[in-house]
Write a protein that binds this ligand. Sequence first.
Ligand code: PSU
Ligand code: MN
Length: 309
Amino acid sequence: MTAPHPDLVLTDEVAQALHDHSPVVALESTIISHGMPFPQNVEMATEVERIIRDGGAVPATIAVLDGIPRIGLTSDDLHLLATSPDVSKISTRDLPYTVSQRTHGATTVASTMRLAALAGISVFVTGGIGGVHRGAERTYDISADLTELSLTDVAVVSAGVKSILDIGLTLEALETLGVPVVAYGTDEFPAFFSRASGHPAPMTLDTPAELAAMMAAKWRLGLTGGIAIVNPIPVEDEIPAADISVIIEQAIADMDAQGVHGKEATPFLLGRIVEITEGASLTANLALVNNNARLGTQVAREYAALLAS
Ligand code: PSU
Ligand code: MN
């Protein structure tokens, strides 16, 4: 194995696991700092790490702290990310600024993918990925998560995309970028809070072993870039599409009324949805992240076993 990049700082646990070719699962930090309120954010971050360990893999939550890209965090680090106003939301383009200015950054899907790949981690679990925003024909707001998925060799397990985005255009963009989108155990692309989106899944696989085999097949062929594994929220936790769509319309109207745009758009919408639902959306969000952590752990184990065979 090639040594991890010298500018990264890994916890001993993560370094040992990578050295041993044991399964490691990356986790992002924007979801902690800018995706959920305190204290649910730190509880979520702690719980997903526990689920991954219980499942037989090592969790590696990723952030930039004091300018240092960190792969694996302590509980104090998680608490800082969950509470400090000094943690900015950083995508891939923000990495050089945050590192050279020695500040704190919570990494998005895009920047987490890039740092995970530099560390040698192939599986990454999150809640939802960014995509093409509604109204992108006017605003050009397309998440750099899509660009990164086209470039970086990491499989990202999410519950699909929220309908704060234009799901159809997001799927078109992923197709153009050459990113495989594979749904786990369903023929329909999942819409985060709801299992249904009205859009068929481009591909379906039913087992973690098949997902791992697809990762290996892609990268062996030299097809660089990520894979979007989309895992529907469990039936008992979902919010019906009709219920959440009214709430999302309201959140978008509030955003437009306040002139919020750019990198603030996604955090604003996530926060408004929690406010409007008086926390009910948060319960669903926590459930789907935990569900993704269980799947991601199994995929990481299967992929490690495949590489060892
Ligand atoms: N969607 C969610 N929760 C999140 C995010 C998206 O349901 O926390 C975060 C992720 O970190 C994602 C980022 O990478 O928002 C996308 O932001 P933007 O749309 O500005 O690229
Ligand atoms: Mn954006």
